[in-house]
Design a protein around this ligand. Structure first.
Ligand code: SF4
Length: 65
């Protein structure tokens, strides 16, 4: 499983990071999401990643199987 962020949609709310801080971070100016994993999300973090994706009010995050 991978997570892809659409930075055109991201508004920097940070709800994803609140839900899953091991998977998501924000840029230094807190303006945009950073997905900490370029490739596969580690299996033990998949549930957290999915929670973070669901928490995004802008629908900026997508799961790619
Ligand atoms: S919750 Fe969505 S809009 Fe907010 S920082 Fe995360 S990806 Fe961006």
């Amino acid at each position: 499983m991978r997570v892809v962020a659409d930075l055109d949609k991201c508004q920097g709310h940070g709800l994803c990071r609140m839900s899953a801080p091991d998977v998501f971070d924000l840029t230094v100016d807190e303006g945009q999401v950073i997905v900490k994993f370029d490739g596969e999300i580690p299996a033990e973090l998949e549930d957290a990643a999915a929670l973070g994706v669901e928490s995004c009010p802008e629908i900026a995050l997508s799961i790619v199987e």
